[in-house]
Design a protein around this ligand. Structure first.
Ligand code: EPS
Length: 393
């Protein structure tokens, strides 16, 4: 079974991802993993921390001679900022004078609920683990899942379709979205230069006012064959699993598959994607069945239908504000301002990269459940056999 977990505090020594269940013999492109970590660090509106960190995957186990060996994979990502925090956040008791309390909870963050739940006198430990810095470990794990999918011809990419009031406002082709991954500089990871300029103006505005801003990213799985996930049991539905895993990311407050939101206000004839059939051979298409549009977002009845799988994540604005909202002091219970600690003001492109990782993990897990295989070769044989079957249908 494919599974992963992460460990690490935002200002601790390292982040760690532990991934198990990948077949043996999968080629591991180390540059690709580091490039994914780099992509997560980019975007206009990131905070000063991104000038300190240079996230790199240090693989401790499970990969030898450039390939997986079927054993658990442990990956460590160093926090370069740790050297500035070693006394504030030591593993041992340390000097209490040097600890840094988060003295008043930030509305929208886990600070208050976390302090109450774990009976902490302030929100330091809550901030450290609830921080979206954790998503760097998810991106490392997700990069392995992407490499597995890539070995079967399945690709994943994301783009930003809204920042605050500025939206892309048109469909983006897969080729446009995939091309964004090659960019040497990431502004807001939008396929359209004019829309990206409007998005950047929104971020500029909040940088000036000390506020923060959210938006919407879209993740696309390209090349996933029909038949991944199942309608037969609630916990095997692909859309349900995507919703869960993407929603589990920090600051994601809603997840949409295809045109799920507007579908609720449209007629059936406007929503559902009519089906056609091509009699001639096209070896690139997964099946001979055709759709003129993809409102379903590639999932019908909890099962992939061979179209691109389209998952949107709606991100609330970052809850650390330079111009803080009202809060209450943990120490005195008196009214005060919410704590402010260096942060980002817009992370929509980065959240899109983290969501790619969660989508890749989910897709890889379901692919492995359907096709099995303890080695990459066994998986590929099973997979190719199925492709042949549906191609003939
Ligand atoms: C970070 C995400 C944000 C950053 C963090 C690095 O985390 P949070 O969810 O806590 O706002 O602000 O950096 C810092 C905490 C810092 O010291 O600047 C990330 O994605 O790496």
């Amino acid at each position: 079974m494919l599974r992963f977990s992460t460990a690490g505090e935002s200002h601790g020594e390292s982040l760690v991802a532990l991934l198990s269940g990948l077949p043996a013999g999968l080629e591991i492109d180390l540059e690709f993993i580091d490039r994914e970590l780099w992509r997560r660090q980019q975007g206009f509106g990131r905070g000063g921390r991104m000038h300190i960190e240079q996230d790199r995957a240090h693989i401790l186990s499970g990969v030898r001679h450039g390939r997986t060996i079927g054993s658990p994979i442990a990956v460590q990502i160093e926090n370069r900022d740790w050297k500035n925090w070693a006394e504030a956040l030591p593993v041992g008791p340390g000097d209490p004078e040097r600890h840094k309390a988060v003295a008043s909870p930030r509305p929208g963050h886990a600070d208050l609920a976390g302090a109450l739940k774990y009976n902490f006198p302030d929100a330091r430990y809550v901030l450290e683990r609830a921080s979206a810095r954790e998503s760097t470990a998810r991106v490392a794990a997700g990069a392995f899942a992407k490499l597995l999918l890539r070995s079967l011809g399945i690709e994943i990419a994301s783009h930003v379709i809204r920042v605050g009031g500025a939206e892309l406002g048109r469909e983006a082709a897969w080729e446009e979205i995939a091309a964004l991954r090659q960019r040497g500089e990431v502004v807001l990871n939008c396929v359209d230069a004019e829309a990206e300029a409007r998005m950047k103006a929104e971020v500029d505005q909040v940088l000036r006012t000390g506020d923060s801003i959210g938006g919407v990213f879209e993740v696309v799985i390209h090349g996933l064959p029909p038949g991944i996930g199942s309608y037969a049991n609630w916990d095997e539905r692909l859309d349900g699993l995507l919703a869960w895993t993407v929603m589990s990311l920090q600051a994601v407050k809603a997840v949409e598959i295809g045109r799920g939101v507007t579908a609720a206000q449209s007629l059936g004839s406007e929503v559902h994607d009519a089906i056609g059939y091509r009699t001639e051979e096209d070896s690139r298409a997964p099946t001979r069945f055709l759709r003129e549009r993809n409102n379903a977002g590639g999932v019908e009845g909890g099962v992939s239908n061979g179209e691109d799988v389209v998952v949107r994540g709606y991100l609330k604005p970052i809850s650390t504000l330079r111009r803080p909202l009202a809060s209450v002091s943990f120490a005195t219970r008196e009214p005060t301002k919410a704590a402010y600690e260096r942060s980002d003001v817009c992370v929509v492109p980065a959240a899109g990269v983290a969501a790619e990782a969660m989508v890749a993990f989910t897709a890889a897990k379901m692919v492995l459940e359907k096709f099995g295989g303890d080695s990459a070769g066994e998986l590929k044989r099973n997979y190719d056999g199925y492709l042949e079957q549906i191609h003939r249908y």
